[in-house]
Design a protein around this ligand. Sequence first.
Ligand SMILES: *Cc1c(COP(=O)(O)O)cnc(C)c1O
Length: 380
Amino acid sequence: MSTTIPFNKPYMTGKELWYIAQAHTNGHLAGDGGFTRLSSGWLESRIGANRALLTHSCTAALEMAAILADLKPGDEVIMPSYTFVSTANAFALRGAVPVFVDIRADTLNIDETLIEAAITEKTRAIVPVHYAGVGCEMDAIMDIARRHNLLVIEDAAQGIMSSYKGRPLGSIGHMGCLSFHETKNIISGEGGALLINDLALVERAEVIREKGTNRSKYFRGQVDKYTWVDMGSSYLPSELVAAFLWAQMEEADSITRRRLDIWEIYHQWLAQSEQNGHARRPVVPAHCRHNAHMYYLLLPDLDRRTRFIRQLKELGIQTVFHYVPLDSAPRGQQCGRAHGELTHTRALSDRLVRLPVWCGLESEQQRVIQGVIATLAGFQ
Ligand SMILES: *Cc1c(COP(=O)(O)O)cnc(C)c1O
């Protein structure tokens, strides 16, 4: 009896506990110590953001972005419905209205050709979500934002180490949000970062992150005492979390390479299943470099997806579906609205299933592949 292959298994590089011990020895356990500086410096140089601020989650980074966007109740924010709750909730917390538009059938990213028609006098921001670490059509989105004077906040929770036309995801909009949750590629258990590309937003972002105080300026010696200057909350992670994260960042290239190898092997082995019409494989446009955050298949319908997940479970392989579209969720119906028919959102969310991708899966991947191929063939 072989053990179940899990959908996700958090990968450790081996140095995490050593760096946590160093943070302990350094005697600085609160936020913004040496490991936070190393990690945010790494993000600034690798992604090319003007400023990277570590947060305790991507949710927190999105909430900071919503505060920085200065939203008033009733303001509208355009985003896909096919995304994680936090993409919408961060803005709903400010009283803003999430306006959901449909996704593209190929990448499952927001359909940039539908954004302009959803803009009203109340629209303030666009939030593209880079699904599976594959870039949205950022040139078109930035162009729309410029013409309508809107902010662009990239939900790059899944997008670290990916790029669009050579530009790293998270560095293209006015702000970008990353996640280091244990289900992502680079992890710290819970964790995230707000990337700020628009220099005008940096100073206020530091204040919002530090409970609304100018504490960051005080530590740089720019003011002689710190005080309450704006709204804010506590969004910074402890040094213990940053120490863990630094061990992961040091290995970010090799983690990404290993994941990409696993992704490519799935893609090659499942080409025949696609040709046979059993399932559709992910589409990555030629101008997008992805990070193998996810390998998914689109099955013909909900019934076959349900049977697929059940049959793979019987084979000892965990596969999972993904988002319930936010416009159809109870809270989404109360505080948001859909623009137009979300045809692809509806159809594709019922058909999508994700396969295991994690460093260490290599030795068992053939078992997953053979289970997937046999299950798909058995449906016909
Ligand atoms: C994971 C994820 C988030 C939330 O990240 P946390 O770090 O868990 O708060 C937000 N948006 C998307 C698209 C995600 O995949």
